[in-house]
Design a protein around this ligand. Structure first.
Ligand code: 1GP
Length: 247
C-alpha cells in the first residue's frame, strides 16, 4: 500500500488522522529514539519529518534513525530541496500556493523532481497554504510569501478550489510552526464545504480540544509539532490521537 493509500484508508476508517511532526534539529539522537518509540505506540497515524530551516548537522543520519525505529510511515515535510532523503517513505510534494514566490510555487519542485525519481520516493502533491497566525513564522519568512489573512475565508476558499482544479492530492492549511493562533475551525469548515480534497491542518495546535474542533470542522488530518518538544507534554500524544479519531 502506498503512503497516500494508507492516509486515505486512515481517514476512511478513523474519520481523521493524526500526524506528528518531528524537527530533527530539535533533538539529540538518544532523545529522538525515545520520542519515536513513544509516537509508535501513541495511536498516531504517521510521522512527518522536516523544518523550514536547518541549523544542526547530521539531519540525514537523524532521518535514517527515525526510519529504522518508526513503525509508522515516515513522510518528509521539506523546507528545501536539500532535505530530500532516501530515509523516508514519501514526501509531501509542496507548492506554496498562498504565495506568489515562483521559487516555492514551482522552482524548487522542478529542482527536486529528478532527485525524487532517483531516490524512488513517493511524491504526494500538496497545496500548501500559509495562514496568518499572529506572528511572522519561519515558514512565512523563509518562503518569502504573504500568508492569507486568518479571517478571510473567501480567499482560502478560492485558493483551495484552485488546488482542487489543479489536481493536488491534499490541501495543507498551515499557521506555521510555533504559530500564536492556529487556523480557525471556521476557515476549515469554509474550505471543506467547497472541496473534497482532504485537508491537513497544522501550526500552533496545543490541545486535544483544539485538534478535535478542527476535525469536527472538516479537517482530515491534524499535525502537531512544537507542543511535544517539551517532554512534560509527551503524554498529550495519546490524547491528541483519541480526540482526532473520535471527533
Ligand atoms: C505543521 O508547522 C506545523 O504544520 C507544526 O506546527 O510546531 O506549531 O505544532 P507546531
Amino acid at each position: 500500500m502506498s503512503v497516500f493509500e494508507h492516509l486515505l484508508e486512515t481517514k476512511a476508517s478513523k474519520g481523521a488522522g493524526y500526524l506528528v511532526l518531528v524537527d530533527p534539529d530539535r533533538w539529540d539522537i538518544d532523545e529522538l529514539e525515545l520520542f519515536i518509540n513513544k509516537i509508535n505506540v501513541s495511536g498516531a497515524d504517521g510521522i512527518m519529518v522536516g523544518n523550514s530551516l536547518t541549523l544542526g548537522e547530521g539531519e540525514q543520519q537523524m532521518m535514517k534513525r527515525i526510519q529504522e525505529i518508526a513503525t509508522l510511515p515516515v513522510i518528509l515535510f521539506p523546507g528545501n530541496v536539500n532535505q530530500l532523503s532516501p530515509h523516508v517513505d514519501a514526501v509531501f510534494y509542496l507548492s506554496v500556493i498562498s504565495g506568489r514566490n515562483p521559487q516555492f510555487l514551482i522552482g524548487d519542485q522542478v529542482q527536486a523532481a529528478p532527485a525524487v525519481r532517483h531516490l524512488g520516493l513517493e511524491p504526494i502533491s500538496t497545496a500548501y497554504m500559509l495562514i496568518e497566525s499572529g506572528r511572522v513564522t519561519t515558514a512565512e519568512f523563509v518562503s518569502g510569501s504573504k500568508p492569507i489573512p486568518r479571517d478571510k475565508d473567501e480567499i482560502a476558499i478560492a485558493h483551495a478550489l484552485a488546488a482542487d482544479y489543479l489536481g493536488f492530492k491534499f490541501i495543507y492549511l498551515e499557521a506555521g510552526s510555533g504559530a500564536k493562533y492556529s487556523v480557525t475551525p471556521q476557515m476549515v469548515k469554509a474550505v471543506t464545504s467547497y472541496t473534497d480534497v482532504p485537508v491537513i491542518v497544522g501550526g500552533g495546535i496545543h490541545t486535544p480540544e483544539v485538534a478535535g474542533a478542527l476535525v469536527k470542522a472538516g479537517a482530515s488530518f491534524v499535525v502537531t509539532g512544537n507542543v511535544l518538544e517539551n517532554p512534560d507534554n509527551s503524554h498529550l500524544m495519546e490524547a491528541f490521537a483519541k480526540a482526532i479519531h473520535k471527533s
